[in-house]
Every structure is written in structure tokens, then in C-alpha cells.
Ligand binder design. Structure first.
Ligand code: NAP
Length: 269
């Protein structure tokens, strides 16, 4: 039997209050983590998701400390404050899921430059800043046999060029972070930190629900697996990448879209 787990680990998940980040947080709580730290801009969302994760732990007989720290990771000073606040709450950090992301869709003529800045500040600069800040703690936690993990939440748009919604900054940012992950995998691997990217296709969430509704059935019909991504798909992939068994996997961009990107359809986010 192969038991994929994160027993005894402390995981930090940016954007962990809803959507894919919350799916990851739940997977860690249920599969052995000692501590899960989440962050997002809204203090209320942080408190509500903290309560939800604490209840999940309690209901399932898990002993997992939940920490929620509001911060805007598109702002450099806030990233630093988030890191400092996390350091006060945890003894170590084994896993960093750089998941928080934003998007903006508007055709070229109407695409505000401020939107480009907004998206890139979070999706690239915020990701880089978190990795830079947490790298020393991750290095301290990692071992040769079981390295610390960084997983960047990229997107299949980092692998293909399909954009009908005018998500110029988003697509560029995801291509950028997928490359950043490969770059850092080579640099941090020798420091016992692996860096991998997940490239989801369409998963229902606040970010994607509008596009999924607008696209209608085509997104499912054009998908080789004939469905959208689910919470379980995300949880299985993140657990695997963060499990001891995946310690030799470094620098990959793992598509998680049922194969939709291979036929250029469905997966446009
Ligand atoms: N859903 C999909 O189909 C899909 C597909 C491919 C890739 N992805 C990627 O997966 C990641 C999560 O997406 P999602 O679909 O779960 O989106 P979501 O439901 O909009 O969740 C985004 C999370 O990030 C937080 N966040 C947003 N701006 C932030 C900021 N400036 N600082 C800190 N936290 C911030 C949000 O909370 P607050 O609003 O409280 O800040 C929320 O917790 C993103 O990187 C996205 O690009 C999603």
C-alpha cells in the first residue's frame, strides 16, 4: 500500500481562504499536517476559513493547528509582514503553496495598464517574494530524503496559447511563474527544496465561475475526460507532490486538466 500523506508537516498556503487554495488546505488537514497557515486579503474570509478548517480537523479527529493571517501579497511590505507573522506562529515551514492569484479580462483596446500591474504584482512578484522570504525556513526543514516543497499554482495557459477573454496579464504571468518554478528548482534543489508547478485547467471557483458559465457546454464537451476539475483532483495532485514519495520530482509543470490543453480546447484559464 502506498500512503501519500503530509504527516507532521507545516504548510503555508497563500490564497488559502477559498477555491483551489482551500482545497489544498483541507487536503493537508485531513492527511496528517501538524499546522496549516492560510492568508488572503480579507480578514473576515481568513477567520471564516480558519473556523471551517478547525471544524474539519475536529470532526475528523485530526490535531492540526490552523493559522490565518490577512495580507495583500501584491504589496511588498505586506508579504514581509505575512512572513514575520507566520514565523511567530510556527516552529518550521515544510511546504509553501504559492497559490494566490488574480485575473483580468478585457480586449486589447480596453485593457487598462493598471490591470496588468495588478495581476503581475500578485501572480509573479508576490509569488517570487513569498518564495524568497520563506526559502531559508524551507531549507531548514528539508532533508536529502524528504526535501521541503514549493508548489506554484500556475495554469495550463502557461502551456498553450488560447485566450478569448483578453487575459493578457494573466496568461503572461502564468507562463512567467511556470518558468520561475523551473529556474528555482535548479537553484533550490541542492538546498533540499523542490519546486514544482501545477497547471490546472478549469476548476469551479470564484475566479473561474464566470468564464465557465459563459463558455457553457463546450468546456466539458471539448475535454477528453468530459468534465471540469474537482476538489478531489486538486487534493490528489497536491498531496502527491508534497508527499515523501514525490521527493525526486523537481521542476515539473504538471497539467491537471483531463488532457484538455492537448486539443487546444476547454482549458483557457
Ligand atoms: N479555478 C481555475 O479554474 C484555475 C485554473 C488555473 C489556475 N488557477 C489558479 O489557481 C489559483 C487559485 O485560483 P482560484 O480559482 O481558487 O481563485 P479564487 O477563488 O479567486 O481564490 C483566490 C484566492 O487568492 C486570494 N487573493 C486574491 N488576491 C490576493 C492578494 N492580493 N493577496 C493575497 N491573497 C489574495 C483570495 O482571497 P481574497 O480575495 O480575500 O484576497 C482567494 O483566497 C490562482 O493562482 C489561479 O490563477 C485557477
Amino acid at each position: 500500500m502506498v500512503d501519500f500523506n503530509v504527516n507532521g508537516k507545516t504548510a503555508v498556503i497563500t490564497g488559502g481562504t477559498r477555491g483551489l487554495g482551500l482545497h489544498c488546505a483541507e487536503a493537508f488537514v485531513l492527511n496528517g499536517a501538524d499546522c496549516v497557515v492560510i492568508t488572503s486579503r480579507k480578514a473576515k474570509a481568513c477567520e471564516e476559513s480558519k473556523a471551517l478548517l478547525e471544524k474539519l480537523a475536529k470532526d475528523n479527529g485530526k490535531d492540526c493547528k490552523i493559522v490565518a493571517i490577512p495580507s495583500d501579497l501584491s504589496v511588498e511590505e505586506d508579504c514581509i509582514k505575512f512572513f514575520e507573522a507566520t514565523k511567530k506562529e510556527v516552529k518550521k515551514v515544510d511546504i509553501l503553496i504559492a497559490n494566490a492569484g488574480a485575473t483580468w479580462g478585457a480586449q486589447l483596446e480596453d485593457h487598462p495598464i493598471s490591470a496588468m500591474h495588478k495581476v503581475l504584482s500578485l501572480n509573479i512578484v508576490g509569488v517570487f517574494n513569498c518564495i524568497k522570504l520563506f526559502a531559508p525556513m524551507l531549507e531548514e526543514a528539508g532533508t536529502h530524503e524528504d526535501p521541503a516543497r514549493i508548489v506554484i499554482m500556475s495554469s495550463v495557459v502557461s502551456l498553450i496559447n488560447v485566450d478569448q477573454a483578453g487575459v493578457y496579464g494573466y496568461a503572461a504571468s502564468k507562463a512567467g511563474v511556470s518558468h520561475l518554478g523551473k529556474n528555482l528548482a535548479v537553484q533550490l534543489g541542492p538546498r533540499n527544496i523542490t519546486v514544482n508547478s501545477l497547471a490546472p485547467g478549469f476548476f469551479p471557483s470564484k475566479m473561474s465561475d464566470g468564464l465557465i458559465a459563459a463558455a457553457g457546454d463546450i468546456m466539458i464537451e471539448s475535454n477528453p475526460r468530459k468534465r471540469l476539475g474537482t476538489k478531489e483532483d486538486m487534493q490528489s495532485a497536491i498531496l502527491f507532490l508534497c508527499s515523501k514519495q514525490a521527493n525526486y520530482i523537481n521542476g515539473i509543470v504538471l497539467p491537471l486538466d483531463g488532457g484538455a490543453y492537448l486539443n487546444g480546447g476547454g482549458a483557457k484559464l
